[in-house]
Design a protein around this ligand. Structure first.
Ligand SMILES: [Zn+2]
Length: 241
C-alpha cells in the first residue's frame, strides 16, 4: 500500500464528505431550528393578541357590572324620593333629602365610571384591530418562511444524494485497513478526519506540530495523528494533484 497515495485519496474524499456534513447539518439542525424559531415568534405574537382580546372582554364585564350598580342606585333614588311625601316632620324631610343627595352623588360617580369604561373598551378595541391586522401580515410572513425553508430542505436532500453517490465511488478505491478508521473519525471529529499540518500546526485545532513529527508525516510509513485533536495529519504539497 502506498500511504501517501491513500492519503491523497482520503483528502479528495473528505472534500465531498465535508460538503455532505455541512449540508446534513443545515437540513437536520439549522433548517428545523429556523422553522421552530419562526413558529415560536409567530405563536408569541398570537398569544399577545389573545391577551388583548381577553382584556376587552374583561373591560366589557366590568362595564356591565358598573351599569348594574348604577341601575340599582337609580332605583334606590326613585324609592327614596317616593318616601319624601310620607314624612311627617321637617327634620325627617331634611334627613331624607340628604340621603337622596348622597345617593345621587354615588350615582354620578358610577355614571362617570361607566363612561370611562366605554372609552377604555373603545381604546382596547382599536388596539385589538391594529394587532389583528399586524398578525395577519406576520402569519403571511411565517407561512412564506416555512415554505422557503421546507423547499430548501428538499433541495439539500437531493444535493446530499448526489454527493453521496460521488463519495461512494471514491470510497471504494481506498485501502480497506484505513477507510474504517477514517469513517469513524469523520463521525466524531465534526466532519474533519484528515487535516494538513502545514507551517508546523494542526489545520484543525492549530496545536503545534513538532519538526520531528513533521518528518514522521513526510515519511508516509504509517498514519501520524495530531496529539491534541487526534486527526490524521499530512503535508499539503505532498498530496497536491
Ligand atoms: Zn489537531
Amino acid at each position: 500500500m502506498n500511504l501517501k497515495e491513500e492519503i491523497r485519496k482520503l483528502v479528495q474524499l473528505q472534500k465531498s464528505d465535508l460538503q455532505i456534513y455541512h449540508l446534513v447539518h443545515e437540513r437536520d439542525v439549522k433548517g428545523p431550528a429556523e422553522l421552530e424559531k419562526a413558529k415560536t415568534q409567530f405563536e408569541e405574537k398570537k398569544k399577545a393578541l389573545e391577551l388583548l382580546e381577553k382584556e376587552v372582554k374583561d373591560l366589557q364585564i366590568k362595564r356591565k357590572n358598573k351599569e348594574l350598580d348604577l341601575a340599582t342606585k337609580e332605583e334606590a333614588i326613585r324609592k327614596t324620593q317616593g318616601q319624601l311625601y310620607q314624612l311627617k316632620t321637617n327634620k325627617e324631610y331634611q334627613a331624607k333629602l340628604t340621603e337622596i343627595a348622597s345617593l345621587k352623588a354615588d350615582a354620578s360617580i358610577l355614571e362617570e365610571e361607566v363612561l370611562r369604561a366605554f372609552e377604555s373598551i373603545e381604546n382596547a378595541d382599536a388596539r385589538c384591530k391594529a394587532e389583528r391586522e399586524k398578525l395577519a401580515l406576520e402569519e403571511k410572513k411565517f407561512k412564506e418562511e416555512e415554505s422557503k425553508v421546507t423547499a430548501r430542505i428538499q433541495d439539500i436532500s437531493i444535493e446530499i444524494k448526489g454527493l453521496q453517490d460521488k463519495r461512494n465511488v471514491l470510497a471504494r478505491d481506498i485501502d480497506q485497513t484505513i477507510f474504517p478508521k477514517y469513517e469513524k473519525m469523520l463521525k466524531t471529529r465534526s466532519g474533519l478526519a484528515i487535516v494538513p499540518a502545514d507551517n508546523g500546526s494542526c489545520g484543525a485545532c492549530h496545536m503545534h506540530v513538532t519538526t520531528q513529527k513533521i518528518n514522521e508525516i513526510k515519511m508516509y510509513k504509517e498514519l501520524v495523528f495530531c496529539e491534541s485533536c487526534v486527526r490524521v495529519l499530512y503535508i499539503s504539497e505532498d498530496v497536491a494533484e
